[in-house]
Design a protein around this ligand. Structure first.
Ligand code: ADP
Length: 491
């Protein structure tokens, strides 16, 4: 499948009430091409006033008796399915737009779009299968529950998987009958605006989905503190997640779900299939240039296989083709922007200073665009910043361990708890480790794979709530319990 190398940008305005409109104050911001640092296009910048307009539209769309509110759940499912088909129809264009705006290799962008289609279809199917319960209570009572939507949901998403994150948020919200105000990341607004046009084409009523590109401290803060938004779903850094939760609490105690950072351990036991573990641990941290919240950014390798594993990991990193993400031969593109590139380079520097052994990479790649060399550190220790802090870049940190007990302690020695992995052939070892790890998602003899049906989310400071699967759907509903008096003879 060939990419469209210069995809036309069709939409640059806010999407409110199924129309593309200018921001109230007319301000714009540029979105840049991370390959050459040049402006792609100016985007209308939402601010507080625009969030008010978008929330009013979403509130109107949710009004009692509205088309959306009275639509059968199965019909909502059909609309979501239609959207999935439109994404499929335009998959090459959407993936090309994503590559242009974000810098990820085209085939990765295609993978994101396929995952988005899968997630849409899952939620299309589940829309009319969201049941309450009947509960056998004491006395002359009949008790049942309904899972009801919140109303207007606010969503704030990051730049590492722009279209996918957009879909992960809107799909469960739509399946459950909510309406939405969603802010894409300021670095990558293009695919979300195109998806907005597809939402209209699919036939969703006006105001059901509103897309408001803009900055965090303005548009994002206005969403998290809006008194009419009843639920907020945020994906991004732990630091901003705390701000969102604080604003949610201060304003109207809106329900909060957070998907935050990670420092995920991947453990390679001495009996592991080394070839598979090598390839998987490489992808685990270098996929999407390391800009993945679940990146296996702490690789624990048993001392019996350590030296060999480090040597082969370095070979893999050195072989990586870095360059133009539209070139199908390339396995890595640039980081998303200059801020991220500099942050990664600064953390690499700290690794060198604190005594980790730099095995390869360690600098910027070229002098144009935000490229960073694939970097491998060995001899990483628990007191180093590269052990503790999320790098969000192409940096593999390898740590030596001796015993199962020791590696469990080390793996859990983090404030995060998003994901983890273990490679072993021993069923007892794997169960011991899996059950001991403080993480919301654990892989065994693999890493990164996932599915629309599988719930995902963090322990500890990696988040609150789950996305995807039935658990993810339930995050967009609140339970109403109904107690009905019934005659004695009905018992
Ligand atoms: P990253 O560090 O990966 O860019 P952030 O957590 O800064 O991640 O950003 C994720 C999303 O949060 C983006 O859409 C961004 O605009 C938004 N954001 C940033 N600051 C705030 C804030 N104070 N309130 C609400 N949203 C914010």
């Amino acid at each position: 499948m060939e990419p469209i190398k210069n995809p036309d940008v069709k939409y640059t305005k806010l999407f409110i009430n199924n129309e593309f409109v200018d921001a109230v104050n007319g301000k714009t911001f540029p979105t840049l091409n991370p390959v050459n640092e040049e402006k792609i296009v100016d985007i209308q910048a939402a601010d507080k006033d625009d969030i008010d307009v978008a929330v009013a539209a979403a509130k109107e769309a949710f009004k009692r008796g509205s088309v959306w509110r009275t639509m059968d759940a199965s019909a909502r499912g059909e609309l979501i399915y239609k959207l999935a088909e439109l994404v499929k129809r335009d998959i090459v264009y959407l993936a090309s737009l994503e590559t242009l705006d974000n810098g990820k290799p085209f085939m990765f962008a295609m993978g994101d779009m396929q995952a988005s289609i899968n997630v849409l279809k899952y939620h299309a199917g589940i829309a009319d299968k969201i049941n309450g319960k009947t509960i056998p209570v004491d006395g002359d009572n009949f008790c049942y529950t309904r899972r009801e939507p919140f109303g207007v949901c606010g969503c704030i998403i990051p730049w590492n998987f722009p279209a996918m994150m957009f879909v992960y948020k809107i799909a469960p919200a739509l399946a459950t009958g909510n309406t939405i105000v969603i802010k894409p990341a300021e670095q990558t607004p293009l695919s979300a605006l195109y998806l907005a046009a597809l939402i209209k084409e699919a036939g969703f009523p006006p105001g059901v989905v509103n897309v408001v590109p803009g900055f965090g401290p303005t548009a994002g803060a206005a969403i998290s503190s809006h008194p009419e938004i009843r639920k907020i779903a945020f994906t991004g850094s732990t630091m901003v997640g705390k701000k969102v939760m604080e604003a949610a609490a201060q304003s109207n105690l809106k329900k909060v779900t957070l998907e935050l950072g990670g420092k995920s351990p991947l453990i390679i036991m001495p009996d592991a299939n080394v070839d598979e573990a090598l390839a998987v641990s490489h992808m685990g941290v270098f996929y999407n240039m390391g800009q993945v919240c679940i990146a296996s950014s702490r690789l624990f390798v048993h001392e019996d296989i350590y030296d060999d594993f480090v040597r082969k990991s370095v070979e893999l990193a050195k072989k990586k083709c870095v360059g133009d993400p539209f070139d199908l031969k390339m396995q890595a593109g640039p980081q998303v922007n200059e801020i991220q590139m500099k942050k990664i380079l600064e953390l690499i520097e700290s690794g060198k200073q604190q005594g980790a052994r730099l095995q390869c990479g360690g600098s910027r790649f070229g002098d144009k665009g935000y490229f960073v060399q694939p970097t491998v550190f060995s001899d990483v220790k628990e007191d180093m910043r590269i052990y503790k802090e999320e790098i969000f870049g192409p940096v593999q940190s390898i740590i030596k361990f001796k015993t199962t007990e020791e590696v469990i302690e080390m793996a859990n020695n983090t404030t995060y708890g998003l994901a983890a992995g273990v490679f072993t052939k021993d069923i007892n070892t794997y169960q011991t480790i899996v059950n001991a790890l403080e993480a919301g998602f654990v892989w065994v003899n693999q890493y990164l794979n996932s599915g629309a049906q599988a719930p995902f989310g963090g322990y500890k400071m990696s988040g609150i709530g789950r996305e995807r699967g039935e658990e993810g759907v339930h995050e967009y509903t609140q339970v109403k319990t109904i107690f009905v008096k019934q005659p004695k003879c009905a018992k």
